[in-house]
Design a protein around this ligand. Structure first.
Ligand SMILES: C[S@@+](CC[C@H](N)C(=O)[O-])C[C@H]1O[C@@H](n2cnc3c(N)ncnc32)[C@H](O)[C@@H]1O
Length: 313
């Protein structure tokens, strides 16, 4: 079946989950089921909880996974909610391949790309908040925050001002015009990423609360009863990867006393498992050549095992 999205790091993901024998696999970001299809195919006793906030992705994948029908439950929801819905099941594996799918980027009506006639960027089409609202209704200081924090743009003030000046003339209601206003080409020597790329990234993160979603997902896993479970997260930019890396480090700490205390009084049993990937796994040059969109992906994994007491790291 032709799919509108090529799954990234597929062999590495299969490898991380290779020992699965039973229980449930939660795919927090089902997308076009590239990863889930492979897991279901190679682990015949595994059942799938398939979550995505994008109904177009869910509908496509229902068809794609038809042959595994009796082993799959679909949830059209955000992944910050999915763990609550299934934490009493024997979950042995969780995957979150966060970010946008190729279909979302390529389909003009979705308003994620520079050449779209719309300014949308909602992953969940039922949401009432879109890129149009961020660009046309945010105060200048709110726009600056989005561009600075999520786009990491040095010239965030200048770009926010440009957007505010332009929208005074007439509302900015399509992606093409926004890309023209902020600049499609990098104006700085040695810089390869264009302002438009970073502005679009920042607005997308804001529209879909992407970083908060990731933090909430991690929190819901930590606060759940899930045990003996491998968690793998694929992220596509440094803001997300930093959150994953820091969280896994904290989760692996047995002693959480402040470094100043003379003697440990925290019980020294606070770890909820251990880090599986000491360094993030990145795509091979071959994969990047075949699928350039994989180039910024990073995979980190953590094994949740709550009863064991781990050594202080
Ligand atoms: C990179 S794609 C996943 C591709 C999938 N692994 C595959 O092989 O086809 C990311 C998907 O995650 C979904 N998504 C992103 N953030 C989400 C969230 N907070 N809750 C639920 N789904 C989310 C997007 O709608 C998109 O379909």
């Amino acid at each position: 079946m032709n799919t509108p999205h090529i799954p990234v790091l597929i062999d590495e993901v299969k490898d991380i989950f290779c020992e699965l024998e039973s229980g449930y696999f939660v795919d927090c970001t089902l997308g076009y089921a590239g990863h889930s299809f492979e897991i279901l195919k190679s682990h015949e006793n595994i059942k799938l909880i398939a979550c995505d906030r994008d109904i177009e992705a869910i509908n496509f994948s229902k068809n794609r996974l038809l042959q595994f029908n009796d082993r799959v439950s679909f949830f059209h929801t955000t992944f910050s909610n999915v763990i609550d819905k299934c934490e009493n099941l024997p979950i042995r594996s969780i995957l979150a391949d966060i970010g946008v799918s190729s279909l979302q980027l390529d389909k003009k009506e979705r308003g994620f790309g520079f050449d779209s006639d719309k300014l949308d960027m909602r992953m969940d089409q039922n949401s009432s908040f879109s890129a149009y609202d961020v660009i046309n209704r945010y105060q200048k200081n709110e726009l600056e925050r989005v561009l600075r924090d999520y786009g990491e743009l040095r010239e965030y003030k200048k770009i926010a001002k440009k957007i505010c000046d332009e929208r005074e003339k007439e509302p900015i209601d399509n992606a093409k015009r926004l890309a023209d206003i902020v600049g499609r080409k990098s104006q700085f020597r040695g810089r390869t990423i264009s302002p438009a790329t970073l502005v679009f990234q920042a607005v997308r993160i804001e529209v879909n609360s992407e970083l908060d979603e990731l933090k909430l997902l991690l929190e819901s896993i930590k606060n759940s009863k899930i045990n003996n479970c491998i968690l793998a997260i694929i992220s596509f930019h440094s803001l997300e990867d930093r959150i994953v890396k820091q969280t896994f480090k904290t989760w692996a700490k047995s002693c959480i006393c402040s470094p100043d205390v003379f003697r440990c009084d925290c019980g020294n049993n606070n770890a909820i498992g251990q880090i599986v990937t000491k360094k993030a796994i990145e795509p091979s040059l071959e994969e990047i050549k075949q699928n350039p969109r994989s180039r910024s992906s990073k995979l980190r994994a953590f094994y949740i095992e709550r009863e064991r007491i781990y050594e202080i790291r």
